[in-house]
Design a protein around this ligand. Structure first.
Ligand SMILES: [Zn+2]
Ligand SMILES: [Zn+2]
Length: 282
């Protein structure tokens, strides 16, 4: 089982500890590779995202840790970049020009009005009550319309590029499945979901198996039952814990590898000496 993690947050965004504390935990658990992926700066302030002003310090600090621990663990610097709309997303030059080892693309916010601002976006993974209110206010009470916009945004993110890894591919289900009208089996869920997988495969992107909610809520992103569909499409995957606390660095990893094996995966895509390679699951 690979001991790596490429999706993690620290005090540069909404993570709850300093970057070095995560490395200490990873070292104690014999990790081979560890990557930081702070929430990208946005055109507006949020509780979760780092600020543009902090970017130089982020690059410097992770660079310092890379050097300090280079004989013991491979440390990588990435970013979890939000797709907001055509004007602000991972493909814009600000992100392309940053000296990063990799980029995770994620959809957390769906714009419902312009200009882009905290009051003009719906947050998909905040409290459920807020999402329920947003469904009433902005989607005419229809969870289908919310789901449709999520997959449209996600597909535009993959089309416009600038990312290596698709972050928590179907996180929209975390909250929206609590809505009484939600139905995984419905054509309005299955069709965009499958089209999204087709597009990801066509573009040759990697997908993470995100274990943030595995232990606590029995959820993975993508959903465990859909992993065979990724396998059929030859989509490369890796297991990421999306941890915000050092003691959750390794959370859910073992179980996620069991799910991957059950889905027919024999390897994961890993950063080894700075290059993405397929590493057999042992
Ligand atoms: Zn995320
Ligand atoms: Zn994250």
């Amino acid at each position: 089982m690979q001991l790596s993690n490429y999706h993690s947050h620290c005090t540069f965004c909404d993570g709850r500890s300093y970057p070095e504390e995560f490395i200490k935990f990873a070292l104690a658990h014999h990790f081979r590779a560890y990557g930081f992926s702070s929430h990208s700066p946005l055109p507006f302030e949020t509780f979760w995202n780092m600020s543009k002003e902090d970017m130089p310090d982020y690059l410097t600090e992770i660079g310092r840790l890379k050097q300090k621990y280079k004989d013991r663990i491979e440390i990588y610097i990435g970013l979890e970049i939000d797709y907001l709309d055509e004007t602000y997303n991972p493909s814009v030059s600000y992100f392309r020009d940053l000296p990063l080892d990799y980029r995770i693309g994620s959809v957390h916010f769906l714009p419902v009005a312009l200009p882009l601002s905290p009051g003009h976006v719906v947050t998909i993974d905040g409290p459920y009550a807020e999402l329920e209110q947003a469904i009433r206010l902005h989607y005419g009470g229809s969870v289908r319309r919310l789901v449709a916009q999520y997959f449209e945004s996600s597909m535009r993110m993959v089309e416009s590029g600038g990312i290596d890894i698709v972050g928590h591919l179907d996180k929209i289900y975390m909250n929206s499945c609590l809505n009484p009208d939600f139905n995984f089996e419905a054509e309005w869920y299955q069709r965009p979901f499958n089209s999204y997988l087709d597009l990801i495969a066509e573009k040759g992107l990697m997908v993470e198996i995100n274990t943030k909610n595995l232990t606590r809520k029995r959820q993975t992103f993508p959903r465990a039952e859909y992993l065979p569909r990724l396998r059929q499409r030859n989509i490369p995957v890796m297991v990421n814990s999306d941890c915000h606390y050092p003691d959750l660095v390794n959370d859910g990893r073992k179980e996620a590898f069991e799910l991957l094996l059950a889905a027919g995966y024999g390897s994961t895509r890993e950063l080894v000496q700075g290059k993405w390679q397929d590493v057999p699951i042992d």
